[in-house]
Design a protein around this ligand. Sequence first.
Ligand code: MSP
Length: 663
Amino acid sequence: MNETFYVTTPIYYVNDNPHIGHAYTTIAADTLARFHRLAGTRVFLLTGTDEHGQKVERAARDQGLTPQGLADQVVGRYHQLWDRLRIEPDDFIRTTEARHRKGVEDLFRRVRENGDIYLDEYEGWYCTPDESFWTDTQVVDGKCPECGRPVERVREESYFFRMSKYQDPLLRHLEENPGFILPESRRNEIIRFVEGGLRDLSISRTTFQWGIPVPEGEGHVLYVWFDALTNYISALGFGGENSGEGYETFWPADVHLIGKDILRFHAVYWPTFLMSAGLPLPRRVFAHGWWTVEGRKMSKSLRNVVDPNRLLDRYGADAVRYFLLREVPFGQDGDFSHEALIDRINSDLANDLGNLLHRTIGMVGQFCGGRLPRAAEVGDLERGLQQAAAATTAVLREELESLEFHRVLKRVWDFIHQVNKYLDTRAPWSLSKSGDEAGVRTTLYTAAEAIRVVSVWLWPFMPDAALKIRFRLGLAEEDPPRSLEEARTWEVLEAGREVQPGPPLFPRIDEEEAEEIKQAVGRELENGQGAPFSEDAGSAETPRQKGPSSRADEAAAPIDYEAFSKVSLRAARVVSAKPVEKSRNLLSLRLDLGDEERTVVAGIAGSYSPEELTGKSVVIVANLEPRTLMGVESQGMVLAAQEGEQLALVTLDKSVPPGTPVR
Ligand code: MSP
């Protein structure tokens, strides 16, 4: 293993608020960084924001802000989110910083001095959301071949980079370094792309201003990807006065973590810029998959963009970090759903891990007066656990090297199951009954040690939970593991220390709560609160509505009349209403629709009592597929406006017969 480890995330565009896609890479990078720190490596974790370019300039204009003003606003949200997610970068680079500009200018000069820059005219297509150039033959029906959004015709004077010159050197590099691009399927894609021929790349723009001026290139700003990619070295001080002690120490990066959509920029453009400048290439670029949401692409027009802050409010940093890295292999696409997340919380975190800790601490209380006992005799079962811990630690290292987060976690959970089984087999409660005090002490100390080992492995993934576990086991508050070796060492916990009983580490989310979350999420999405002012998250753009519109208006994509006419809205009279059993927020309404009566379940108990509802005229969606909520079938949905927690039912201002259609 290298004695230094430099890991980067993409730098995020500031035209938009952070969403789970951004959180995903950054959590992975932080986990990797923490792990390498534990392994004794000198680590540098870099993240930051990509603040130049046409896309940011336009977003700012649409919001009546200067690009710098927008960047200053959004960057704070990233800082805040990383804090909440317990992400601890060593540096955060903004491309509008002077130190970055110096790095970019220096890289550009080197490339130019190498004879790889020339002035010409660019004519072709530009995809602003992706900030990428396309030729006539690449564009598909006026749309970007990568993201499917409309492209614009561009014709302007431009500096070009002789990328074509690096086709063969890059191919050679790809062939000689099989680990350079991962996963392998992505590497093959890139090889095919490069074999298909590299064209020279336009690297400056003249039709807008928001970028780093081309050195001695009046009227030109650098192409935003040339600017952005350089962050990986400018943050280390490259191009700065004392030309970067950090650069000398940490470059080349050990791994650039990125999403699969930006692989070409990292696997083709970036290495060829570096080759031209005579600088070493990063050791590895790993492209992870994309998250869909409940089976659909995340996009503003679908109003399903997942805001990590809302996940944090509901589930906390540990569960979010755990879920994202456990649910899906890092290189593959995955699907996000609250159900899947709740399942993981209940089964893996509450049941397996939480319960193991809880029962162990409970028994130390019950049988040992709340103080960690000293192990008496260590037998085969105990030795078996110690060996499993050592073996797991060894494999874990390898699997993290190849970024198999989900495998690592699965392995940790195999061990947790083993410890739970150990407790069941040894059954301290029976040992105690039969007077085998030595057996009780050995078992409980061994279980406590095994959990401590788990806390070492989990520290990179769930730092808060790891600290809490350690505190409960009698270690000091805020006492993180210092080295991975602690997972191989046994008898670290001091006998005689007091353990700390407490509430469950991960409370179970029961059915009712899960249902409430589902309803609240549904309402948020209806109100377009998934990710405020999100322009898009990788799908078709929606025109921004002007004027004092609500968020719901901003989020809504236009639909045609035909689509609207499919919704059957009808007036209904509330015959009776009662709370749904075991639910805090659901009411079951019996509704008169003139020709029939039906039951509709509504999450409105926080705003209305059953009594005040009886006799009211409401409006319902009458042709919604029936759904069972907390055991009651709901045959429609009552319309209501929502402001925070408060709901206001849609009613009619004149009396109409029940069942009257609403249009
Ligand atoms: N600014 C560029 C990166 C420059 S790096 C020198 C950029 N920024 S971005 O904000 O649009 O996207 C950043 C990352 O978010 C990309 O790696 C992208 O893959 C990732 N994701 C965006 N949507 C995603 C999902 N739905 N799922 C997972 N990751 C996704 O591109």
